[in-house]
Design a protein around this ligand. Sequence first.
Ligand code: HEC
Length: 404
Amino acid sequence: MHGNELLDVIFRWAHLIAGIMWVGNSMLFNWLDRNLEKKLRGQDLSRLSQGKIFMVHSGAFYDVEKKLLEPGEMPDTMHWFKWQNGITWLTGIALLVVVYYMNGAAFLVDPRVADIDPKVAIALSATALLTAWIVYDGMWRLWGESNPRKATIASIVLLFGSVFAFAQVFSGRGAYIQVGVLMGTLMTGNVWMCIVPSQRELIAATTSGRDQDPTLSIRAKQRSIHNNYMTFPLLFVMLSNHFGGATSHHLNWLILILVMIGGAGIRHFMNIRYRGEGKQLPTFAWLAPAIASAAIAVAGLMVVSRIEAKPRVRVDYEVKWARAQEIIGARCVRCHSAHPADDVYRSPPNNVMFDTPQQIETMAARIKVRAVDLETMPLNNQTQMTDVERAELDAWLRAGAPIK
Ligand code: HEC
């Protein structure tokens, strides 16, 4: 393994580990906050306390209290939890570059969606990320803090508008990833530009014994709620390039919007489930709407993804092995061969090769999915496979994919 693939695996592995640590931490803190008890055995807690909780884990009890400190109580060591996010974002950007910007942006541009120059696509993708942060952060600072309801609606409209817009310029999977990186960038901006500064201010105020500047803490609270709701949609996007049925569909933007609504909905009902003081909503009161939210997401994946753009071409004549082999030879072997003739793919992608009849027979089911059902192969239809050829492959596959 070398070059691009090596960088891909290193960044992806680190990205996954850091992402699990970040999301795991934030889920645990959320859960803690929602389960704090304000009284202990009927006794009020101290003046600066915001609640206590006891947990049992790894061989002993954890006695945790959330509270403000008196100036003199400041400990020497303070744990911040910001690098889990920092590393997730940095490795995510590195992956974006290695997978989507390099290799002539072959995964970012699909000429069937928009025939744009790879350099233009990369510039658009990077500019959109920066612009999104400036617009979102600016909007919330300028009027979102006093009109949170309006700013929430505007943010959602802008986010869904970007989903639609990206789907018009980038390849299907490129558009999904662009949405994911955009959300991840907003979340990271929130951590470093709003949440961390607010914590710094809390420490400074505590040390000097003055009151904390409330604007910073209100801002930090708002932004961490935003991050909370973006988590589940973002995690879906991280997995999405395994699901060509969603990313390459002509209504891919609508599918993603429904999944985002469903995912954020599930998160919402998980959030409100805990009422504090160890109390919970009755199961049906949070589980039923959470399941309904999941149904919205599944409807996007199941119902919308089955709407066909155009009637499929069908052939009613028998297609023999010789013809199937000819099509695969002309359209696929340029990349899928032990020695590809392609300029970019110097070794067979995913180790899939169609040099021998047996190799083709083994991959028959995947050929159907990628070249006939989803039409995501040939990659960006670089070898100009026609609809009739897809239909012919389909006829050959339906006849049991004979290799004689
Ligand atoms: C321009 C190069 C190129 C051409 C031509 C091409 N592929 Fe691919 N193929 C790729 C790349 C890159 C991947 C890995 C990324 C992915 O799965 O999208 C891949 C992966 C695959 C996979 C493995 C992944 C899976 O879903 O199982 C199959 C099967 C496949 N291609 C089938 C085909 C068929 C059939 C054709 C011809 C109709 C074809 N490819 C033409 C580049 C190409």
